[in-house]
Design a protein around this ligand. Structure first.
Ligand SMILES: Nc1ncnc2c1ncn2[C@@H]1O[C@H](COP(=O)(O)OP(=O)(O)OP(=O)(O)O)[C@@H](O)[C@H]1O
Ligand SMILES: [Mg+2]
Length: 245
């Protein structure tokens, strides 16, 4: 096991799930075995994004209740060798407690290089469960004040959970919109506000959104996928120049 990474943002809709799937896809394409854990109980979506909804029988709640083994909840993505999904409970009231999720992850961590945990929005109990097993975090923000505050809030909460290795992902970056809105002088101003080290800037890219929302297989050569591959290489400890500044 190389790492357990939680993808969080505080604010909803910043692109956590898109980043989780894109990063998992990129890491598995680089030869890693990756388990994606969907922690959005009652609102799961990674199965759709990976195109494996029809294969699902069990989810995390079934493993917790003893209806199946933990291994039964781990689904391979046939079109993406090396990538696996543990689906979130269908019902919100089956949300898993932090320590229980920690035990589940502990039970499977030796067979994966990376466990990537997709947190729900907010900093409530679902987020706390998602953060509990993690050793490092990616905070996903957009270039708007409410989203940046979400990044600040979530990083304070992550530190309170004992996670100090938190990197910043700026997602859905659109140079023209950023200039037109003129809320910030440049991206450095945003990075300074969050006080987090940047790991990547993902451009707004509807081919990535369409690829992931449709659960498509095959390779995607788009600007956002390229940015995600670069983030994957940085997660692996390689030095890769930033694409947009
Ligand atoms: N780089 C991008 N370019 C264009 N669209 C994007 C990009 N990243 C995410 N999106 C779109 O933004 C929307 C929200 O993305 P996503 O569901 O990944 O966010 P989330 O943070 O997981 O949301 P939630 O808080 O509800 O879990 C989706 O419509 C997705 O397709
Ligand atoms: Mg999500």
């Amino acid at each position: 096991m190389k790492d357990i990474i939680v993808i969080a943002s505080g604010k909803g809709g910043t692109g956590k799930s898109t980043v989780a799937v894109g990063l998992g896809t990129a890491l598995s394409a680089q030869g890693c075995r990756v388990l994606l854990i969907d922690c959005d109980s009652g609102m799961r979506g990674l199965d759709i994004m990976l195109g494996i909804t029809q294969n699902l029988v069990f989810d995390i709640a079934d493993a917790v209740s003893g209806s199946c083994t933990v291994e039964n909840t781990v689904y391979p993505c046939p079109d993406k060798p090396g990538l696996f999904l543990m689906p979130a409970p269908l019902n919100a009231y089956d949300e898993v407690a932090p320590q229980i999720l920690g035990q589940l992850v502990h039970g499977v961590e030796d067979i994966f290089d990376y466990v990537i945990i997709d947190s729900p929005a907010g900093v409530g109990s679902g987020f706390e469960a998602a953060a509990y097993p993690a050793r490092r975090a990616l905070a996903v923000i957009n270039t708007e004040p409410t989203s940046i505050r979400g990044g600040q809030t979530v990083s304070a909460k992550l530190r309170a959970c004992g996670i100090d290795d938190i990197r910043l992902v700026i997602n859905r970056f659109n140079k023209n919109t950023f200039r037109k809105m003129a809320l910030y002088k440049d991206l450095d101003e945003i990075i300074d506000i969050t006080a987090l080290q940047l790991i990547g800037i993902i451009p707004e890219d509807y081919s990535l959104a369409a690829y992931i929302q449709s659960g498509k297989s095959g390779k995607l050569n788009s600007p956002a996928m390229k940015a995600l591959c670069n983030i994957a290489q940085r997660v692996e400890g390689q030095s890769v120049p930033l694409m947009i500044r």
